[in-house]
Ligand binder design. Structure first.
Ligand SMILES: *Cc1c(COP(=O)(O)O)cnc(C)c1O
Length: 375
């Protein structure tokens, strides 16, 4: 039996990233948030299109240096940066350090002075901006992320020697549709220019991804047009975005085989090889991962075509990949191709739980991989 396999469609990723880039005004820089998926093939593919990469840990800095040697990292971010992390950012000469607190700014300044350097920073600010419909909210309320606005204003007006405050970073929520995300960008930029005379504004990521409607994608052309208006209102400001999920999610699939089907108290269960220790996304977000069935024509047990709950091989009721999914009949030996597994999927999974084998990885068209399964 072939192991469950992640399939990354790098050609689709290249096409999608190019469409995202083309939808944005030229003046807006597009960074990719590496934490969404640090797969080397994906990073190399994106390197041709994006303006830079955002690393959110020292591990991601190291990884980028190994995968894309010689490419300057655009941004180094994340809460709880140690002196070792900040020193690594200085050593790597990252373009901008995103600072999360006053203490962090002072430690970074001291390290820069000791190295005889001046480092360019953006202050991450927790602005009270309306984010209707957001899935995760990181700002506008008490939060471990970023500075309160008055403190950011004070630090920008009188920064410690060794740092140059170039502007503002804000990543306030995720799951935003295009008008809402553009409205946030507008408010953040207006504030940054007015309050701290920002030359640069990074308005974060968090563009919506709808797992229930895979074909319903973030409206990049509208977002680009609205960002163009923000640029026109602030002709000297360099605007930047740093999406992860909405760039990477569609190019990944998880292909696996049905081991068993059974009925329990009137409900159909489909048990597949692997599970949420490979693909934690549906457990983490509480959704059903969308999938298609590739029948293999086996003569074994099959469901009657009614709704099924798809589970994996873990001994926990949380190991659910899809619940009450309408799929048509599913037989033992059939393949399920789970889509939207290109972001926050393998890399957020508790891979050692039960010590099952890890998945395999390949590139290409997931349906072609399914057609050649086991050959
Ligand atoms: C996670 C993160 C992103 C990317 O968010 P997506 O929802 O994947 O677009 C961007 N910026 C910061 C600061 C983040 O923490």
């Amino acid at each position: 039996m072939t192991r469950p396999t992640y399939v990354y469609d790098l050609a689709a990723l290249a096409t999608h990233a190019a469409a995202v880039r083309a939808a944005l005004p030229e003046r807006v820089e597009l960074l990719y948030a590496v934490k969404a998926n640090p797969d080397p093939g994906m990073l190399r593919t994106l390197a041709a299109t994006v303006d830079g990469f955002e690393a959110a840990s020292r591990g991601e800095l190291r990884h980028l240096a190994a995968v894309l040697p010689g490419r300057r990292v655009a941004a180094f971010a994340g809460p709880g940066k140690t002196d070792a992390d900040l020193s690594a950012a200085l050593a790597a000469d990252v373009h901008r350090v995103h600072v999360e607190s006053a203490a962090e700014l002072h430690r970074l300044a001291a390290l820069a002075r000791a190295a005889g350097r001046t480092v360019d920073v953006l202050l991450r600010v927790n602005l009270p901006v309306a984010t209707p419909g957001a899935v995760l909210v990181m700002g506008g309320q008490a939060s471990p992320f970023g500075l309160d606005p008055p403190e950011a204003v004070r630090l920008a007006a009188d920064p410690p020697h060794g740092v140059r405050v170039r502007g503002v970073h804000a990543h306030l929520a995720s799951g935003l549709d295009a008008p809402t995300a553009a409205g946030v960008a507008r408010e953040v930029t207006d504030w940054a220019v007015r309050q701290v005379r920002a030359e640069e504004v990074n308005v974060g990521g968090g563009m919506a991804v709808d797992y229930r409607r895979p074909e319903h994608r973030f409206d990049w052309p509208s977002y680009g047009r609205l960002l163009g208006e923000v640029c026109d209102a602030h002709p000297t400001v360099r605007l930047r975005i740093e999406p992860g999920r909405a760039v990477a999610v569609y190019c990944g699939s998880y292909v696996t085989e049905v081991i068993d089907v059974k009925r329990s108290r009137g409900q159909w269960f489909v048990i597949v090889a692997g599970g949420t220790h490979h693909l934690r996304t549906p457990a983490a977000k509480g959704h059903s991962q969308p999938f298609v069935v590739v029948p293999q024509g086996g003569g074994g047990p099959r469901t009657d075509g009614g709704p099924v709950t798809v589970v994996g091989q873990l001994c926990t009721p949380k190991d659910v990949l899809a619940r009450d999914a309408e799929s048509g009949p599913i037989a033992v030996g059939d393949l399920l191709v789970f889509g939207m597994a290109g972001a926050y999927a393998w890399n957020i999974s508790h891979r050692d739980f039960l010590l099952h084998d890890p998945p395999d990885f390949t590139t290409g068209d997931p349906l072609a991989v399914a057609r050649n399964w086991g050959r």
